[in-house]
Design a protein around this ligand. Sequence first.
Ligand SMILES: Nc1ncnc2c1ncn2[C@@H]1O[C@H](COP(=O)(O)OP(=O)(O)OP(=O)(O)O)[C@@H](O)[C@H]1O
Ligand SMILES: [Mg+2]
Length: 242
Amino acid sequence: MILIEFESVTKHYQLGEIEVIALDNVNFTVRRGDFVAITGPSGSGKTTMLNLIGCLDSPTSGEIRVLGQPVTCLDEKALDTLRSRTYGIVFQSFNLVPVLTALENVALPLHLHSLKSSEIRERALAALCSVGLGRFADFRPDQLSGGQRQRVAVARALVTKPKLILADEPTASLDTASALSLVELMKQLSAEQGVTFVFSTHDQRLLQHVRRVVELRDGSLSTIREIQPSAEQQQAGQSEVA
Ligand SMILES: Nc1ncnc2c1ncn2[C@@H]1O[C@H](COP(=O)(O)OP(=O)(O)OP(=O)(O)O)[C@@H](O)[C@H]1O
Ligand SMILES: [Mg+2]
């Protein structure tokens, strides 16, 4: 199933007299279960692309389809609904609320849905356990390491069972060991639960661990590696998300 399609997408920004071409005629597809890293130097358009995938911004020209639906013709209300049903977002700097525990942070997005408080707690705890942090449920962010905080952020993105998790430089604030362990966690969630991830990174060491890597250079996109998943992996992903 195709989640996201970019067809000849461009994004220009006007900076005074200068027109910046952030994305230049980009074609790109994300299927359910994909695990995609977007790489490229600073200023190459990674954040611009993630914002467009997440419908947080609109293209200058071209078409973006989410679940087959062209998004350029949706109004703000329809976009809001689409965003809340489709995406989980992991920010570079975690964005956890310092006075809340790990469990309460993970539970936050569920308060927008009409759920019983016992169900909210149960789902938040399950998400925390799936990132290996069940026993840290009552810890506040300042009592956790950077790697653990980013895992809490992944759990918070997962908790609403989104179709796609977007992460802009999720490992940028982490040391190498924590960064590698976060990528391994995302791969595991992708393989075992069929979660779809699209994330950006500068870090070449991480890219060795990713099957599909696309690169932006001056707004143009090219694929630098694409290893198809094995039949078993495809089946595991499909049966989990069906
Ligand atoms: N709101 C904006 N207004 C004007 N220009 C912008 C805006 N956002 C991004 N740009 C420009 O678009 C280009 C792409 O920026 P973008 O933030 O997508 O790059 P990036 O690859 O995410 O960089 P980094 O690795 O530093 O985060 C840059 O030249 C940037 O200056
Ligand atoms: Mg960026």
